[in-house]
Design a protein around this ligand. Sequence first.
Ligand SMILES: Cc1cc2nc3c(=O)[nH]c(=O)nc-3n(C[C@H](O)[C@H](O)[C@H](O)COP(=O)(O)OP(=O)(O)OC[C@H]3O[C@@H](n4cnc5c(N)ncnc54)[C@H](O)[C@@H]3O)c2cc1C
Length: 533
Amino acid sequence: MDHPNAPVYDYVIVGAGTAGCVLAARLSEDPDVTVCLIEAGPTDDTDNIRIPAAGGKLCRTRYDWDYDSHDEPNLGGRRLYLPRGRVLGGTSAMNGMVHIRGNPVDFDEWRQPGWTYETMLPYFLRSEDNERGASRHHGVGGPLPVAEGRSRNPMAAAFVRAALAAGHPANDDFNGPRQDGFGQYQVNQRDGRRCSAAAAYLHPVADRPNLRVWTHLQAHRILVEGGTARGVRCQRLDEIVDVRARREVILSAGAYNSPQLLMLSGIGPADQLTALGIPVVADLPEVGRNLQDHPSTYLVFTHDEPVSLLSAGEERHVRQFESDGSGPLSSNVPEAGGFVRTRDGLPAPDVQFHVLPVMFVDCALGVPTEHGISFGPCVLRPASRGDVTLASDDPTAKPRIRHRYYADPADLETMVAGVRIALDIARQAPLAPYTRRAWAHPASGDDADLRAFVRAHTQSIFHPAGTCAIGAVVDPRLRVHGVAGLRVVDASVMPLVPRGNTNAPTVAVAERAADLIRDRVPVPEPAVAAGVG
Ligand SMILES: Cc1cc2nc3c(=O)[nH]c(=O)nc-3n(C[C@H](O)[C@H](O)[C@H](O)COP(=O)(O)OP(=O)(O)OC[C@H]3O[C@@H](n4cnc5c(N)ncnc54)[C@H](O)[C@@H]3O)c2cc1C
């Protein structure tokens, strides 16, 4: 070791995002173990995190890894902006706060021992503090608040009424017995303020003497000695810092950065690592592969009703938010939506809708110029697969991200079917005041025009998963194949992206991981690789 006096902890967790905050809080419950949580970004003490509707202001700032996909061959070569939180709380500090577990069949479809919905449900319940109270489907008293949205934008309500007018069922609980239907989303907020994983899990326990939270510390690679992970090499400004692990190193750096860190450490496809001059520690060809996301396409309409988030920053709204945590500034933006099956014979919905009371353009980078509304489908169970690879052996370089949306033409057809449903909803009377001018809209309802619209307007909905999948890269206890003392715990371990927003499932994965690490659950059977698409 270059740094014999490096600090030593029992567990070293890389990444204080959704999963890392859950793990740090749970593992440090035991006063006899020491935990170090390493975060590349700063602390989360900015109003743009606290104020829900201000989350978009974090894009392309120091709180964002600011990634882009590489040229997307099926989107006319466009590169899509892929924000990722680089701050305490990680991506939960900049996300849309929609609380969705996914469909119960999602976890069963992983076909990994110990990861069925039945085994996951107690972790969803344990994490949750749902203001609707305890029930078979909901928990109370957990760290993560699940609340009704307080903004109640009239356009979100009109969208739901329009969906019902178009013949879709109502659903007032997407985490209840049925996922299908339309309604308002529940959100991760407390008193109308964003409650990231850091606010929910980390800050309440930050004064534990056995927990060290280290910001502005970027991990460069895992230190593997004799086949065992012994620590992490990091950088803080111009200083190299080694942090040693007595028991385990746990990667919770997210679906883009966890595979990147494995590969920088020599754990990945041997041919690619060798080509970059990185010594191979474990030849794991599946690291970085199996990348999935939910592509989404929005119709955008503009109008003259002064109800959109364009005016959210007005003084009266600031006063309202500061007095009781309500009003437009409390909007999580995707306030309502729904789940639909575009064809018969599916085990669960294949399309999800979000409605945003604002012009939503260019993956959140576009600046709204008029009052508007945006709504549209995302493809929930894509067949297309992308990958994350290293662009260089420089740990500060961005990874190369290729999503390859619509590589499988079935995904394009699902999206086209979803856009047809969106057009039908747009024609319904409750939306009439808000759909006066089409701003982003297909030229016609013909298949060719719909496909062209989809290719030109598809954005990411920012749900990457699958790049360190259980079975292919880690075992069902989330231990990396071929390296002792090393786990991955974040959205990257999901073999298939769940049907819904990915924060709540990531929380539940981390809750279960904490029990696996603490040996509180039985050893599952060996992995079944068939669950990996
Ligand atoms: C704009 C946006 C809106 C979204 N909306 C929703 C929503 O409404 N509902 C929902 O459920 N999901 C939503 N998501 C997705 C959801 O937030 C993510 O799926 C979830 O946060 C992923 O958690 P994670 O732990 O896997 O990764 P992250 O939360 O991204 O955590 C990774 C952490 O690791 C840190 N890190 C990475 N590399 C290093 C390194 N080398 N050294 C040190 N630290 C490092 C990062 O800075 C980060 O803090 C949204 C995402 C975005 C971007």
